[in-house]
Design a protein around this ligand. Structure first.
Ligand SMILES: Nc1ncnc2c1ncn2[C@@H]1O[C@H](COP(=O)(O)OP(=O)(O)O)[C@@H](O)[C@H]1O
Ligand SMILES: [Mg+2]
Length: 236
């Protein structure tokens, strides 16, 4: 099957620091693919390059058969790739509803009631919070809002950067359950995580990153039973 999203030989620098050293990965339509690795490995840099926020020194990003390297972030979003950044990036002073509307600002049509209903089915608590300012939400609720806002652009591909970071175990379970539901409804997902165990039990395939390189790529089933992965990432 051909990839919906792929990166080829991606190299990204911050000044003289080479953060990505030739990354290759692909995400096929309908998949959840995870990118795991320690802090500083280059996961966020990879996502930010895919969504057009960083310009690679070399390499290529393709989406839906087209090269999108160098395309502006808002154009990439409008094309169907939506990025939920590390740290969520919601507007704390705006209400939950305003944040959701901002997620739809690139669309030509208005948000339909059925879309609100879908969000409230995925995250019932957001219905209760709809008029509150986003800054009053708990960390987990803010992550729910960030994901919901991204869904408002009707993405084909959702890029999630550390959605479980800093959340209580119960909330982590909720977030990963909803990631699976969103995928089951047809959205392709690239999931960046330091929580390797949850990421690997949730995704179909995984890539392992170390210092700017992909060092392993396989079905998550294989990665979960790999001794190397168990030792380095799963605490055993
Ligand atoms: N804005 C920046 N300026 C300089 N170096 C950066 C910047 N952001 C990230 N880096 C460096 O790039 C490397 C990859 O970082 P990052 O992509 O954030 O990793 P991860 O998301 O896997 O923790 C790290 O060595 C990090 O220190
Ligand atoms: Mg990161």
């Amino acid at each position: 099957m051909t990839a919906l999203l792929s990166v080829h030989n991606l190299e990204v620098f911050y000044g003289n620091v080479r953060a990505l050293r030739g990354i290759d990965l692909e995400v096929r339509k309908g998949e959840i693919v995870t990118l795991i690795g320690a802090n500083g490995a280059g996961k966020t840099t990879t996502l930010r390059t895919i969504s057009g926020l960083l310009k690679p020194k070399a390499g290529e990003v393709t989406y839906d058969g087209r090269t999108i390297t160098g395309t502006k972030p808002h154009v990439i979003t409008a094309m169907g790739v939506s990025h939920v950044p590390e740290g969520r990036g919601i507007f704390a002073n705006l209400t939950v509803n305003d944040n959701l509307e901002l997620g739809a600002y690139l669309r030509k049509d208005k948000i339909k009631q059925s879309e609100y209903d879908r969000i409230f089915t995925l995250f019932p608590v957001l219905k209760e919070r709809i008029k509150q300012s986003a800054g009053t939400l708990s960390g987990g609720e803010q992550q729910m809002l960030a994901i919901s806002r991204a869904l408002m652009s009707k993405p084909q591909v959702l890029l999630l950067d550390e959605p479980s970071l800093g959340l209580a175990p119960q909330m982590v379970q909720t977030i990963f359950r909803v990631i699976k539901e969103i995928n089951a409804e047809g959205t392709t997902i690239l999931l960046v995580e330091q929580n390797a165990h949850m990421a690997l039990v949730t995704a179909h395939r995984g890539y392992v990153m170390e210092t700017g390189r992909i060092v392993l790529a396989d079905e998550t089933k294989a990665l979960l039973s790999s001794d190397r992965i168990k030792k380095a990432y799963l605490g055993g």
